[in-house]
Design a protein around this ligand. Sequence first.
Ligand code: KG4
Ligand code: ZN
Length: 333
Amino acid sequence: MCSILAIESSCDETSASVISNSKILANVVASQQVHEQWGGVVPELASRAHQQNIIPVVHKALQEANITKKELDAVAFTRGPGLLGALLVGSSFAKSFALGLGVPLIDVNHMQAHILAHFIDDPKPPFPFLCLTVSGGHTQIVRVNDFLDMEIIGETQDDAVGEAFDKTAKLLGLPYPGGPLVDQWAQKGNPQAFPFPLSEMQGLNYSFSGIKTAVLYFLQDKQKSDPDFAEKNMADICASLQYTLVEMLLQKLRKAARETDIKHIAIAGGVSANSGLRKGLREEAEKRGWQVYIPAFEYCTDNAAMIAMAAHYKYQAGEFCPQDVSPMPRMKF
Ligand code: KG4
Ligand code: ZN
């Protein structure tokens, strides 16, 4: 029996999870509401909220898992990528906890963990598979060769797709985070109502900064003759915007599947909760004979269960880290 406590604190979710062998026993997530009024995550406020949340969240996770501190075999934490001040809270806590208990420490890459969330529940993708990782900070196509062997084959050169959702939502007057609200409105609108341009990046890379500018100019133009244009056409604008962003994601994914000849396709990260992306992916699967893997909603957005899953594989591989390890805000694979 091997039990690991895992901590996630890279952005605005403070989370703790306990994994025993390969089974998740607890996954407690405290979401920070404090950022809503500022229209985005404020790093300083995130660090303070992590500081307040971390002990209660860990206590709750241990309680739910029905396990005592002394039964833990290792402590894992998110080393990066993420906000430095936020990562420092989780890493300092994990280091002290591991030191106090006399157990090894495991550092986890947050993006790798998003992908390994697919191994929490069934069906689990076979290797190799492609994973489209889409969040507020990242947009990547990853070739996953094994649990700890992954290669980024395409990624955004500017904004992440979640950022594109959130920033355009802000232009439409929707509160932060706007992604889920655009999704809700989109379901009531016509995706062909307003054609927005698709970006033309080379290879498997993405660019999402252009769509924000396109929506800004589009709204400025329409609002000249009708100041209430956005409110009156919210559903159609959101449906058109979502259609464009999803189509951009799928175009490169189709290209990646073709070039690598891989038909097992997974999605991960906060934006994989998007209904348009899920639907688009299922349609592609039908058309192209893909097998698609979409994690349960609770494992799409930031959570410590995925950190625990990654830690489980690192523990098995004997990959531990020293006590003097530092967080890496721009950590790569
Ligand atoms: O992975 P995540 O929870 O945190 C990061 O690591 O960034 O992703 C958060 C992002 C936000 O940009 C949020 O707006 C977006 O995921 N998001 C969505 C949906 N649910 C969350 N975007 C579009 N449609 C959704 N249903
Ligand atoms: Zn994330």
